[in-house]
Design a protein around this ligand. Structure first.
Ligand SMILES: Nc1ncnc2c1ncn2[C@@H]1O[C@H](COP(=O)(O)OP(=O)(O)OP(=O)(O)O)[C@@H](O)[C@H]1O
Length: 582
């Protein structure tokens, strides 16, 4: 393993780049050199003498725990943040604004999915581009290019003229990536850009990254998905507490080496073991009977047991996310209602969030920007607001019991290791992963009986993830139950009691015990049943439509989600086999 990197000093800043109305201007004058950079926010030292060096023609990962300064490093290289001291040179430029960075051939996809909901997909793709080369492109050409780009990235035909607000988070994430790729950047910086993508989508992103690298660009990625970064990166720089602590070359990039550098310790925090199955004989605490997520999808009979950690998997758009939001009362199913066990041992229907909360069901969204944080409120308020009313002392004035709230805050913030300055600071002052921890803390603080988590570890570092599994396991051992949707299938191993895999808006397969293996889950996600459920929706000999569903990645013709293109809907309505969508 390389020791702490020492870098040569960077190129001198070249000043602002010229604007151009032609294709993106790129003048390659050197590589990427960040030297001894310091950047503080008040008392927080986000970068504390950080150095980093990457070359054109490589995929280089920037790795480290939540709050160690990765996004800040990405932002200083993208002209979003000025440094307090030190030097930044990216292909000969020191951009002082995102616009300058873009003109220099540097494109960044930031961690938060920045999409204007009310604008169309095409407008979102060209957002901010109108002062440069795309100004001259007629709308028709933009629509054509947008459709091609989105098809390449998502493998489905999207209606690019539809408003982006109706799209799932993963597709919005693709828009932000497509926006950067349209520029054919010389340096592409991806800050947690695969965090909302499923496995197959991630492969498409990787193909794009390799293509760019092979054309001579540098691709810098920030990710907490260790298995992915091991596969894709040529080199990795590890940060800890705002400093670079080591550079790993391809063969050295292993989970053990990464964790050792990230934490400064050598032990691995997560040792997978098969999870005991006795809980599957315990009482049912939540169930559905003939519930249909989409009007045309297969009905779902489902049961969650007391003490169970149930994993939920599926390729994007297969209904798993809709299902968990139905269970949590966030949305209604096309048919049927989930039922939850009541204190008197009967079952009550969940018709909305209020009933879910009343019967002890809490929800954590992975889409923290849209469904989670209150951006204008403090860290404290964000973690505890749902408790304000509950802890109000009886009486006319209903005074909030601040001392008990403070105790809850301290407990949750400490056990989830939320890295923060003052608790009264706005939640947006926290790094992305730490914001997510606050949302998880909020759900725990409500002391629920059933926790429904929708890809909660998105952007959470590997150490904190292991802690989260520990807390959730302990929670389940206290007789509570957990529903855990993840787009990262490795998460289930050694943690979930059972995993159900969704296809076409319904449960397709199910795994328990030692069968909870990434390879098994993956095959089921792609339509090959390997578990106990064996709900085969396309047996050999079935017509081509079903075979296409199994072989391909398209959601089946049964119950296409509404954001797919008009063309897909027309094909479905005409009884088409849908295989033309790829
Ligand atoms: N605008 C800001 N105001 C105040 N503090 C900030 C701001 N931006 C970042 N910080 C702080 O700087 C530190 C580094 O944050 P940064 O977002 O760079 O971390 P990160 O390594 O990207 O974390 P994550 O993996 O959670 O995304 C954190 O402690 C964060 O709270």
């Amino acid at each position: 393993m390389s020791s702490t990197a020492h870098y040569a000093s960077g190129h001198q800043p070249s000043g602002a780049a010229e604007e151009s109305s032609a294709a993106p201007p790129v003048s390659v004058t050197g590589d990427i050199t960040v030297t001894d950079v310091r950047k503080s926010f008040g008392v927080t030292r986000a970068l504390d003498g950080c150095s980093f060096r990457a070359s054109l023609g490589e995929i280089h990962a920037i790795v480290g725990g939540n709050g160690c300064g990765k996004s800040t490093l990405a932002k200083v290289m993208s002209g979003v943040l000025p440094v307090d001291s030190g030097q930044v040179s990216v292909i000969g430029h020191t951009p002082t604004s995102p616009h300058e960075a873009r003109a220099a051939g540097i494109a960044t996809v930031f961690q938060e999915v920045l999409v204007a909901d009310e604008c169309s997909v095409v407008d979102n793709l060209y957002l901010g581009a109108d002062r440069l080369w795309s100004k001259t492109l007629p709308m028709k050409a933009k629509i054509r290019d947008a459709a091609i780009m989105m098809r390449e990235l998502t493998a489905i035909d999207l209606d690019v003229e539809a408003p982006a607000g109706t799209l799932p988070l993963s597709i919005k994430q693709w828009i932000t990536i497509g926006r950067a790729l349209l520029w054919k950047p010389k340096v592409l910086i991806l800050d947690e850009s695969s965090a909302a993508l499923d496995l197959d989508s991630t492969e498409r992103l990787f193909a794009k990254m390799r293509e760019l690298r092979d054309q001579g660009s540098a691709v810098l990625i920030v990710t907490h998905r260790i298995a992915e970064l091991i596969r894709i990166s040529d080199r990795a720089t590890v940060l800890r507490d705002g400093r670079d602590v080591g550079v790993l070359s391809k063969g050295e990039i292993t989970e053990k080496n990464l964790l050792g550098l990230m934490t400064g310790r050598s032990e691995s925090p997560h040792i997978p073991t098969a999870v005991a199955q006795e809980v599957l004989r315990h009482d049912v605490v939540m169930k559905t009977s003939k519930l249909k997520v989409w009007p045309e999808s297969q009905p779902i009979d489902f049961a969650l047991h007391k003490g169970e950690v149930l994993g939920i998997a599926g390729l994007d758009g297969q209904g798993q996310s809709d299902f968990v939001t139905v269970l949590a009362g966030v949305r209604r199913a096309a048919e049927g209602l989930p039922m939850v066990r009541t204190a008197s041992n009967g079952f009550a229907e969940i018709r909305g969030l209020a009933e879910a909360a009343q019967h002890g069901v809490s929800y954590v969204s992975g889409d923290r920007k849209r469904e989670g944080i209150f951006a204008n409120m403090s860290i404290f308020e964000n973690l505890l607001m749902p408790l304000y009313r509950r802890t109000a002392r009886a009486g006319k004035l209903a005074v909030i019991d601040w001392s008990s709230l403070t105790a809850v805050f301290d407990w949750e913030a400490e056990r989830l290791s939320v890295r923060m300055g003052e608790r009264t600071n706005k939640i947006t002052s926290l790094s992305g992963g730490n914001q997510q921890k606050v949302l998880i803390g909020r759900a725990f603080a409500l002391n629920p009986d059933i926790l429904v988590l929708n890809d909660p570890a998105r952007g959470v570092d590997v150490g904190a993830k292991a802690e989260l599994y520990k807390h959730l396991t302990a929670f389940a051992e206290r007789g509570k139950s957990v529903i855990y949707l993840s787009s990262e299938i490795e998460e289930f191993v050694g943690f979930a009691t059972r995993v159900v895999v969704f296809r076409n808006g319904s449960i397709f397969d199910e795994f328990a015990g030692n069968a909870i293996e990434p390879a098994n889950i993956l095959e089921a996600m792609f339509g090959q049943p390997r578990g106990s459920q064996r709900r085969i929706d396309a047996a050999p000999g079935e017509p081509k439509a079903a075979q296409a569903k199994v072989a391909g990645l398209i959601p089946g013709s049964a119950g296409l989600p509404p954001w797919m293109s008009r063309r897909n809907h027309r094909e479905r309505d005409a009884g088409s086999e849908g295989s033309g969508t790829r």
